[in-house]
Ligand binder design. Structure first.
Ligand code: GLC
Length: 539
């Protein structure tokens, strides 16, 4: 904590003075031309999907620019690109942001139909991930490299909210390029949560940054970026925020409401599945990139206590409460009466999922799409659990996918619950926005999870739904309604991650070997007991 009275302003972080030498140097480094060998996970993925039912349109393509080369691509082999793809590429390119001549990211939305820009004219770290994957899959890695380096520089700047100094490792939620016409100079202005609604720092940004760094490294074979001392330090700073010892009795990460994609109050404070899954994935990505000894967190807690299927539901229903000592079955003293009625109807006999949150006397039974998909991609879910999540999606298609993929969470909060939990948020009314709204961006995560589990036909169904509407509706940010039928009340049009998410899904289906960029195989060598490290390097 900083002494009081130093500076009563928000952390208006400007990189105008920061010289660009580091960036240029890093970019000038001779790029290792590594013959891209398909990794074990890629091989097993494509073999899996190869052995799985229909396989139309899927072929082995050499790495590099794909058939989707834009905007006027010619079909190669048997893959016939949907006309929406060319439109999507054009729209994605229109959203590109440049800093001193280099592309550094994509705007959250390029919606010319409204004057109410809010902060959608910024580059959000989490929003850029699908854009980055699309570019990488298309053999365009420069924008991703510039983005990774620029955000790293932003991480290094001083961050303040009022008089409070934020942790060194915090990555920005978003940034903006400002042009100074007098000095003819671009500079970056970042937001670490201090101007965001709710003033919450984005816990997910750092995790996405690490995940993207690995995707970049996997996709290009360029080890020189992740091995730079700057990147190594950046990774460690992010991890040291999460691995520091505190009062925790769980290996999960305690979070405030609104610290991730759901950036408003939605009752997800505590140990939300979205953050836990990203945390786990980022840890594993970091372990693969950090040169010295890293630390790890095993998956026992999540796999056991967050998992819910019919059997587990029945066990919880019959739980005793107030159990004391190590022999307690009901570890967190969850009251069976707190199980909402809808879960009993919702849970199929075959299938299961990771619930939204687990804490003392608290189980949030809601389904959250992102957390479950990332659990599959990171192998936080065992192969059986991954299959069960896919089974659930098939069984509960109407509820979880409806007419527009994909519900961000299920079910929505209504009435009294909505009032108490969201604080009467008019943007998060029932079946809208974060409260059970349908987000096309989640299509890429669903598709990746489908490919990893060898069930691409599920993703194809979802892609068909998207193709019937998204373009016609001008690529909205989200849809409303129980079935996701209406364009969201306050949804932006030309929302970049809706566009990029579609492209990534299509390219994954076209060439499933891309999955290696964003998927990790199960770690068979995982140590049985890992605790928070007392020796985590001090930076
Ligand atoms: C909204 C979303 C957030 C997203 C941002 C930019 O605030 O809740 O997840 O990053 O818009 O698209």
């Amino acid at each position: 904590m900083e002494p009081l009275g130093l500076r009563a302003v928000g952390s208006h972080c400007s990189l105008s003075e920061m010289d660009d030498l580091d960036l240029t140097r890093a970019l000038d480094k001779p790029r290792l031309k590594i013959e891209r060998k398909r990794s074990f996970d890629e091989r097993s993925m494509s073999e899996l999907s190869a052995g799985y039912g229909r396989h139309d349109g899927v072929h082995d393509s050499p790495r590099g620019r794909s058939v989707l080369d834009t905007p006027l691509s010619s079909a190669r082999n048997c893959f016939e690109p949907h006309p929406m793809m060319a439109e999507a590429w054009e729209a994605l390119r229109r959203s590109m942001v440049f800093f001193r001549g280099h592309p550094v990211g994509t705007l959250a939305a390029v919606d010319n139909t409204t004057d109410e820009v809010l902060n959608y004219d910024q580059v959000f770290v989490r929003d850029f991930v699908p854009s980055a994957l699309a570019f990488l899959m298309n053999g365009e890695s420069d924008i991703v490299k510039h983005f990774l380096l620029k955000t790293l520089q932003l991480q290094d700047s001083e961050k303040r909210v009022d008089r409070f100094k934020l942790g060194k490792g915090v990555m920005p939620a978003s940034f903006k390029v400002r042009h100074d016409p007098v000095r003819e100079m671009d500079h970056l202005v970042a937001d670490f949560g201090e101007t965001a609604i709710g003033r919450v720092a984005p816990v997910d940004s750092g995790f996405w940054w690490i995940i993207l760094l690995r995707a970049y490294t996997k996709s290009t074979g360029d080890l020189t970026l992740s091995e730079t001392p700057e990147c190594q330090k950046g990774i460690k700073l992010i991890l040291s925020l999460c691995l520091a010892e505190g009062f925790d009795t769980f290996p999960t990460l305690l979070c405030a409401d609104g610290c991730s994609m759901i950036d408003r109050r939605m009752g997800v404070y505590g140990y939300p599945i979205e953050i836990q899954a990203l945390f786990y994935m980022a840890l594993r990505c970091a372990l693969s990139m950090l040169k010295p000894d890293g630390d790890g967190r095993e998956s026992f807690h999540m796999r056991n206590y967050f998992w819910l299927d019919y059997q587990q539901l029945n066990d919880i229903y019959r739980y005793k409460t107030e159990e004391y000592s190590h022999t307690a079955v009901n570890r967190f003293n969850v009251m069976p009466d707190s199980i909402p009625d809808w879960v009993f109807d919702f849970m199929p006999l075959r299938g299961g999922y990771f619930v939204g949150n687990v804490g003392p006397a608290h189980m949030d039974f809601r389904w959250f799409a992102l957390g479950n998909c990332v659990s599959i991609l990171s192998s936080l879910a065992t192969p059986d659990q991954s299959m069960a999540i896919m089974d659930l999606l098939e069984h509960r298609w109407a509820e979880l996918v409806g007419e527009m993929p994909l519900k961000i969470c299920y079910p929505c909060l209504e009435g009294h619950e909505w009032r108490i939990i969201t604080g009467c948020d008019p943007k998060n009314t029932r079946w809208s926005y974060h409260n059970g709204g349908s987000w096309p961006v989640l299509l890429w995560q669903l598709t990746a999870a489908c490919i990893k589990t060898g069930r691409p036909q599920i993703a194809r169904r979802a892609v068909d739904l998207i193709e019937s509407r998204l373009h016609r509706d001008c690529w909205p940010e989200y849809y409303d309604g129980k079935l996701g039928r209406s364009v969201g009340k306050q949804a932006r049009k030309y929302q970049t991650w809706s566009i990029a998410g579609y492209l990534v899904a299509k390219m994954l289906l076209e060439d499933p070997s891309h999955i290696g960029m964003i998927s990790l195989e199960e770690d068979k060598l995982m140590k049985p007991v890992i605790k928070r490290s007392a020796s985590w390097p001090q930076l």
